[in-house]
Each structure stands twice: as C-alpha cells, then as structure tokens.
Design a protein around this ligand. Structure first.
Ligand SMILES: Nc1nc2c(ncn2[C@@H]2O[C@H](COP(=O)(O)OP(=O)(O)OP(=O)(O)O)[C@@H](O)[C@H]2O)c(=O)[nH]1
Length: 313
C-alpha cells in the first residue's frame, strides 16, 4: 500500500517503478479523490489489469469497493483474463487516514482471496512535508503507520535533515529511503515489513517512548515463550479499550507449543491472524511495538506488563 500526502509524488514513483525492468509483475489499484482519473491516464498503457476505484475516498465510503476490486482482480487472474501478477500496489488518495484501508487489506475476506499485506510505504515530500505535518493530521498518521518512508523531491531541498528528524520523531522504526523523480530500486520499496528489524526497534523503544505530533511509539522485548491463551485475551481487551487510538501493534512472538516465531499485527480494533515469520529473528526473544495516536503511555505499559506475565515459566 502506497500512501503520501497530496502531491508528495505517489504517481511519479509508481510510474517509475512500473517502467523499471526489475519490477515483478504487478497489478495496480488506484483510489482517487475527485472526478477526473488523472493518475489512471498516466498509468494506462504501462501495465495491464489496472483497476480504478470510483471517485471518493477509499478509506470511508468506498471501502467495500476496495474489496470488490481485489476480488475482481483475483477472479480475472484465475480465469487467465489478465497477465499473471505477483503483487498489487494500492495507491491511496493523499487525504486518506491509512487505518481503515490497512484494516480492509488485512481482513479475512481479502486474505481468503490469497492476498497478504506486504506493508505500507509512505512518501514524504522533502520540501513541503513538514508543513503538511503541522497542518494535516492525516499526514502524521500516514507516517506513523508506515513500514517504510520514501523521501521525495530531495533534488529540490537544500537539506533533508529537518524532515528526516520529523519523520524519525513520529515513527522511529520506519526504514527511510529517498528517491528523485521516483528513481529508486523497486526491491527497496517493496521490502515492506520484511525490511523491518522489529527486535532492535522494540529494544530501542523500551525505555524511551517517542512522542511527537500526538503519536506515541513504545516497545518491549520478552525473554522466553509466551502463552497465547493469555496473550490473545490481553490483546483483545487492549484493542477493545484503545482501538480508536491504536494505529498499529506489531509483534514477533515465540509461543509455547509453536516451533517457529509468529508475527502478530493489529490496526485499530482488528487483530489479524498470526503468521509464521519468514525472516530470521533472535531465538527466544519476542518483541512488541505499539504505535498510537493520543494513546496513554500508562495503558501501553499495562499491556506490556501483562504480556511479560504471559511468559511461560
Ligand atoms: N523535482 C522533483 N519533482 C518531483 C519529484 N517527485 C514528484 N515530483 C513532481 O511533483 C508533482 C506531484 O507529483 P505526483 O506524482 O503527481 O504526486 P502525487 O502524490 O501522486 O499527487 P496526488 O495524486 O495529488 O496526491 C509532479 O509535478 C511531479 O513531477 C522529485 O523527486 N523531484
């Protein structure tokens, strides 16, 4: 999923990536805000199988259309009506809060169609990004929820130090990349969650919670295997009470009775089915990171303490 504030360079990046020979076969879904399908016109002819959502914000009114668009793509794919693809890139409107879209993408109906969310990439304009952060909370949310950030228009900025610092304050764990006119190796942008090192992130965020623009990031590591029978109700209770303010919860957990570590993800009120982790992680060390919007640090500490007591003796 590709987000980024209005004019941050989403279409430019997408077009450049689609032209790149190293790009895996990709389908594109574009959500537009407004009547005129400009982006579609830009991309048509570059890749087959483009699906365009109707006008409106994908994060609210047309949420069900996103699911329909994914189903349509999947059905066309299995019937051999479109060229095969291994990826879908969803470009969202610049004004969107990514939360509801992330929820849809991680939902069971979408997973049943054999899609798996690879991650959220947010573009940040190196020249105007900071101003957008000051004025539009959506821009802050887009950064807070991202797995990776691509700084754009760095050719126009005299220095990127301040914007990098602002991004780091909101989301200290995101990988930060940079591109000029969308020129960047596609695999860097596509790394998604696999590119993140949740272990060191959780460690770094254990004692120094980050607060910026109302966003709180806090982490903890746990030694030993956790009891899922205890962990799941703790997480569900936390989401029930704090889901409105929870942007993301990410964890890699070693569970009792499960050989390989599993990844756990939550967005707002939704907890997603746990997946085995492909990447190598430190044996026996579980990590959890919570990112919230005006979320009380004491409440997060309480969750972390609860999880610590779910470590098996
Ligand atoms: N100089 C320079 N211009 C860029 C760069 N990236 C994008 N632009 C320009 O910035 C403008 C906006 O880029 P778009 O790709 O349309 O941005 P967008 O995020 O898709 O915009 P919306 O669809 O309105 O949200 C265009 O004029 C691009 O040519 C860059 O790295 N350097």
């Amino acid at each position: 999923m590709l987000s980024g504030f209005l004019g941050s360079g989403k279409s430019t990046l997408l077009n450049a990536m689609l032209r790149n020979r190293d790009m895996p076969p990709t389908a594109v879904i574009i959500n537009e805000f407004g009547e005129v399908a400009i982006d579609h016109a830009l991309i048509e002819g570059v890749v087959d199988g483009v699906t365009l959502l109707g006008s409106g914000c994908v994060c609210c009114a047309v949420r069900s259309d996103l699911e329909a668009a994914l189903r349509d793509l999947y059905l066309k794919h299995v019937r051999g009506l479109i060229p095969p693809f291994s990826r879908v890139i969803l470009e969202t409107t610049g004004l969107a809060d990514p939360g509801p879209v992330l929820q849809t993408l991680s939902s069971r109906p979408v997973q049943m169609l054999r899609y798996r969310l690879n991650g959220l990439v947010t573009l940040v304009d190196a020249v105007h990004g900071e101003a957008a952060l000051a004025r539009h909370h959506e821009a802050v949310q887009q950064i807070a929820m991202a797995d990776s950030i691509v700084l754009t228009k760095i050719d126009l900025a005299s220095s990127t130090d301040a914007v990098r610092a602002a991004v780091h304050d909101i989301n200290p764990s995101a990988t930060v990349l940079a591109a000029i006119r969308g020129e960047i190796a596609p695999h860097l942008v596509l790394a998604g969650r696999a590119g993140a090192d949740l272990g060191s992130e959780a460690k770094a965020l254990t004692n120094t919670a980050h607060h910026s623009h109302g966003i709180l990031s806090k982490g903890r590591q746990f030694h030993g295997r956790l009891d899922w029978e205890k962990v799941e109700p703790l997480l569900r209770a936390f989401l029930r009470m704090n889901g409105d303010r929870l942007l993301r919860l990410k964890g890699i957990l070693w569970l009792g009775g499960v050989e390989r570590p599993v990844a756990v993800h939550a967005v707002h009120h939704s907890l997603y089915p746990v997946d085995p982790v492909a990447a190598s992680v430190e044996p026996g060390i579980s990590s959890v990171v919570v990112i919230g919007d005006h979320l009380d640090e004491a409440v997060v500490d309480e969750l972390m303490n609860g999880l610590a007591s779910a470590v098996e003796a």
